[in-house]
Design a protein around this ligand. Structure first.
Ligand code: FAD
Length: 365
């Protein structure tokens, strides 16, 4: 029997924003998640008074004023400018690549000196057909060797010469002394973490945790007029056309008896001999005053090992496979797809909110 207007599969940001909008339009929603907590990958929990970003550092940044005003209804944000550090052996550099990085690398002072060195190191690359050539043409050989190569090869598990150039096309490179990673005018961290935002978004919906849609699909889909599915699209069709590929990450947390471990929220470890890519020290996001600290080391992993899909591998083969699954999905009149897994794409949080708001609007027209 149909009890709900929408069954929303996944209590991540996409599903939760949709639930909030649907409820505001008088619709009844049931939100299910197979995890034992709400929030999907933006879930935060509190340890020693510090908000821990359970699935990797999440910094909110957007140029979309409407999205920014929307999130401000659900949280107070602390101003936060992401200025990560990169450590290569015993050398420390500012990120993103900017005049502070160039000055430390080459002992120079001016943009024209930096540009001249990069030009010289770029040489005569004609065709940019892999990530290595893309990186060298953007920042020169020294920065590629010390700050890009090891990090990227750990992240993706294969040599830069075999990776597509698109991965680092959006790499910020600046000839100003500016360590602000994002250019967006609205940036911050929610004062109480992300979970309270999700709690507020889901306040008017029924929520059931520990329920896997794909384990009882036929029964579950009958309880609502429509299903918004935010899980993996290949799993929804029992991998009948093959598996989409992902890169995964394992997070290892540690409590340390010091009030300040690394002096900044995000440190990238760029040499190949360090097995992790980043250390996050959570207290620096909110400048929490606590005598102890919590850090998380991020170890990139094969998806087959962890089973947790993080970064879609958007190559030609996977893109073609995804399109075939979309054709199957389009044949299901009861089904709506949304979010990073169902759309097999990486999206920042603001893009997820924008897409979910637009979807909710379109359902009401
Ligand atoms: P998810 O958060 O993955 O939610 C999907 C939910 O569906 C999950 O809870 C899952 O358990 C549930 N689910 C799946 N299948 C089923 C099923 N069969 N039955 C029941 N439930 C199911 N964005 C930023 O803007 N800034 C950042 O700094 C940032 N950092 C990031 C760092 C990392 C390491 C990663 C991986 C992403 C980062 N992002 C960041 C992106 C951000 O995490 C996403 O935009 C956002 O989490 C996507 O929300 P979603 O609802 O689409 O997916």
């Amino acid at each position: 029997m149909t009890h709900y207007d929408y069954l929303i599969v996944g209590s991540g940001l996409f599903g939760s924003v949709f639930a909030e909008r649907a409820a505001a339009n008088g619709k009844k929603c049931l939100v299910i998640d197979r995890r034992n907590h709400i929030g999907g990958n933006i879930y935060t929990c509190v340890k020693d008074g510090i908000n821990i970003h359970r699935y990797g550092a999440h910094i909110f940044h957007t140029s979309d004023k409407e999205v920014w005003e929307y999130v401000l209804h659900f949280a107070e944000f602390i101003p936060f400018i992401n200025s990560p550090i990169a450590i290569y052996k015993d050398e420390v550099y500012n990120m993103p690549f900017n005049m502070n990085t160039f000055s430390r690398m080459w002992g120079i002072k001016t943009p024209s000196e930096a540009k001249a060195i990069i030009d010289r190191q770029r040489g005569k690359i004609v065709e940019i057909d892999n990530l290595e050539k893309q990186a060298i043409s953007l920042v020169g050989k020294d920065i590629y060797e010390k700050l890009v190569k090891g990090y990227t090869e750990k992240q993706w598990g294969r040599p830069c010469s075999e990776l597509p150039p698109e991965i680092i096309k959006r790499l910020p490179v600046r000839f100003t002394y500016d360590n602000n990673y994002f250019r967006d005018p609205y940036q911050g961290i929610p004062k109480d973490g992300y979970t309270p935002i999700i709690e507020k978004l889901l306040a008017s919906a029924d929520v059931q945790l520990g329920v896997d849609f794909n384990k009882d699909r036929d029964n579950l889909r009958k309880i609502a007029k429509k299903v918004l599915y935010t899980g993996a699209i290949d799993e929804l069709f029992d991998y009948s056309l093959g598996r989409l590929e992902y890169r995964s990450v394992r997070f290892e947390d540690e409590r340390i008896e010091t009030d300040n471990f690394q002096g900044v929220a995000v440190v990238n470890y760029t040499s190949a001999d360090v097995p992790y890519t980043r250390i996050i020290e959570h207290k620096h996001f909110e400048k929490t005053d606590s005598p102890v600290t919590w850090i998380s080391r991020e170890y990139p992993e094969e998806f087959e090992k962890s089973g947790e899909p993080y970064y879609p591998i958007n190559n030609e083969k996977n893109t073609e496979l995804y399109k075939k699954y979309r054709v199957l999905a389009d044949d299901c009149s009861w089904l709506i797809l949304g979010g990073r897994l169902a759309q097999y794409s990486y999206f920042d949080m603001d893009k997820i909110i924008r897409a979910s708001l637009d979807l909710a609007d379109s359902q009401n027209n």
